[in-house]
Design a protein around this ligand. Structure first.
Ligand code: NAD
Ligand code: IPM
Ligand code: MN
Length: 353
């Protein structure tokens, strides 16, 4: 197994270090891998002038899987757009065709009180958000800022082709088939033609999945329903932009965005694995970030790219154990639990393994 590690910026290096230690602790026992590190995001801009240098692209292309921390930070916010750290992340997703972004929002029972919602609203929560990742307004042309009638006008294009919708739809239907057999497709078809097509294609696809119950929801209502009664959802499928927003919202149902892992897959399950959160500049360098989303992303890597269910489940069980034992980083801390830093949390997971 060839794993490319791209720690990135802010808390990225701190959390990927712990995730790698967890992976190292599993070495042997049928698990053998090489790790090669590369630059992406702001640190890559500083070193090479590009947020996604050619050397990194080569490493990523040659690897079976990629583990990424996070990119971005205020010091790069004034750079021209093509040099922004986030462009590096968008470029690697696009170049490797990682169109299927899986973001599971699972509430570990021990964190029922860490959520800002009432425990009974979130207890037992297990949602999978399937977010399309290489299309939509993120990549649509034309885009830019132009002069018009003596003022500046900003514009972007929301666009999806039928084939793009169908391939993410298939991933979502297949996932639903293996879970609770309920799929909710989220769109804004009452206003946007692009998402009318989205809904039409989902309905066409549903003919191939008679065992999966397909429903549709407008995105504004979906945002509301996620906090009103989140357990009504099993699998949700939506476009790049809505999925970005709804997955951050869903993360708070699990207690913290520091708990939400993700997998970004191509058609052959080559994948990039990263926490759903960002580089958290406000806590970077302090050793207090929650590494669990990144550690859980390693579990997703073992499961989806390497088809190794046993060690994946072992990591998830270890996370469950450390939470049950009361270990908490600041973002999930509550009175009566034991506050630890990033490294201590990594130590605890390794001990629990
Ligand atoms: P963010 O997710 O970085 O942080 C939002 C809040 O959540 C902050 O208060 C932060 O401290 C907290 N948080 C996030 N992860 C945490 C963790 N593991 N443990 C504890 N607390 C955590 O979002 P933002 O502040 O909007 O963005 C900061 C930078 O990150 C921006 O430059 C943005 O573009 C970038 N970003 C990158 C990614 C990515 O690399 N995938 C994702 C989102 C944002
Ligand atoms: C995420 C992030 C990225 C996105 C940014 C940093 C480009 O918010 O992974 O959710 O919008 O996809
Ligand atoms: Mn996001």
């Amino acid at each position: 197994m060839k794993i490319c590690v791209l720690p990135g910026d802010g808390i990225g290096p701190e959390i990927t270090e712990q995730a790698l230690r967890v992976l190292e602790a599993l070495r042997g026992d049928g698990l053998d891998f090489t790790v090669e590190k590369g630059l992406i995001g702001g640190c890559a801009v500083d070193a090479t002038g590009s947020p996604y240098p050619d050397a990194t692209a080569k490493l990523a292309q040659e690897a079976d899987a990629i583990l990424l921390g996070a990119v971005g930070g205020p010091q790069w916010d004034t750079l021209p757009r093509e040099q922004r750290p986030e462009r590096g992340l968008l470029a690697i997703r696009k170049q490797l065709n990682l169109f299927a972004n899986l973001r599971p929002a699972i509430l570990y029972p021990e964190l029922a009180n860490a959520s800002t919602l009432k425990p009974e609203v979130v207890a037992g929560l297990d949602i999978l958000i399937v977010r399309e990742l290489t299309g939509d307004i993120y990549f649509g042309q034309p885009r830019g800022i132009r002069e018009e009638n003596g003022e500046r006008v900003g514009f972007n294009t929301m666009v999806y082709s039928e084939s793009e919708i169908r391939r993410i739809g298939k991933v979502a239907f297949e996932a639903a088939r293996k879970r609770g057999k309920k799929l909710c497709s989220v769109d804004k078809m009452n206003v946007l033609e692009c998402t009318q097509l989205w809904r039409d294609v989902m309905i066409e696809l549903s003919a191939d999945y008679p065992d999966v119950e397909l429903s549709h929801m407008l995105v504004d209502n979906a945002a509301m329903q996620l906090v009103r009664a989140p357990k009504q959802f099993d699998v949700m499928v939506t476009g790049n932009m809505f999925g970005d927003i709804l997955s951050d919202e869903a993360s708070m149902l699990t207690g913290s965005i520091g708990m939400l892992p993700s997998a970004s897959l191509d058609a052959n399950n080559k994948g990039l694995y990263e926490p759903s959160h960002g580089s958290a500049p406000d806590i970077a360098g302090k050793g207090v970030a929650n590494p669990l989303a990144t550690i859980l992303s390693v579990a997703m890597m073992l499961r989806y790219t390497f088809n190794l269910e046993a060690p994946a489940a072992r990591i998830e069980m270890a996370v469950k154990k450390v939470l049950a034992a009361g270990y908490r980083t600041g973002d999930i801390y509550e009175a009566g639990t034991r506050r630890v830093g990033t490294k201590e949390m990594g130590d605890a997971v390794i001990a629990a393994l």
